[in-house]
Design a protein around this ligand. Sequence first.
Ligand SMILES: [Zn+2]
Ligand SMILES: [Zn+2]
Length: 283
Amino acid sequence: MRNWYIEDAGGGCRAFSEVLVLVCEQPRRIYRRFLPLTWDKNITMEEMALHKVLEMMEEAGATRDDYFYVCSGNIFHGVHRWLTENGYRWETIRMEGLAHEVAENTFQQQITAAGFPAAVKLEERNYREFYKMVDAWLKEDPARRRFVKDMTVRSKPAHLRYLLKANAGSTRLCSRCRKKILPYTPVVQYRFREHGKKKSRFYHPECSPVKPHKNRLQTAHILWNNNFVQGVILKARETMPCMVCRRDVPAGVAAVHARTDKEFIFGHPECFTQVDDSLKREN
Ligand SMILES: [Zn+2]
Ligand SMILES: [Zn+2]
């Protein structure tokens, strides 16, 4: 059995290929791959990274008897899924040691080879500062544009950015019908970037232009003063008493949130009489 470490470097830099490494410390084995600067847009970055990691695993002769420590970064989400689905033993860690060193050094060698001053190095994992300097260097000479990565193939495809979830306490405006999305009702959130800023659009589930890729919605159909009320399960934002048993629901714990015309309903999910959909329809 061997312990393998899977790490990347350069993901936050807008130029130069990301470096992926597969490393074993004992016995010492090092495998490296680079993501291309651009590729076929039908392949996601997760898929591309998985492809490279599988190549390295095959070359290394890694097996299910081995154990894998994998960086938790988004780039490896496809790898995480693949390892689980294929019965490998693995966990995520914050990478230290040989794998981290090899990945960072390989990335650094790559940019030094392109002419970036060798004396400027990443210090104390201050990536922001370092990538800013790389950015400034890129801008000095238009010819250096050839090192810039294609960000469109690296960004998540739009249809994977829709998430079905519970709206929290604020009223939102539906981006399609322009009507209100009430607190504690289902909402579809579309997350995107505009000029580098993270933004969101919201839709009623029936107004969403695509079927949401992820579902984090938990609904609660409860009986309240002999009326059926539809609410959602959300983590309590602050500690508040349950309206049924009067005991506190600590902040961060899953709780029923619902609203009627008159009031806000809150409490332990187990304290309410839950009514499932089929029963509700009979009434
Ligand atoms: Zn709508
Ligand atoms: Zn309670």
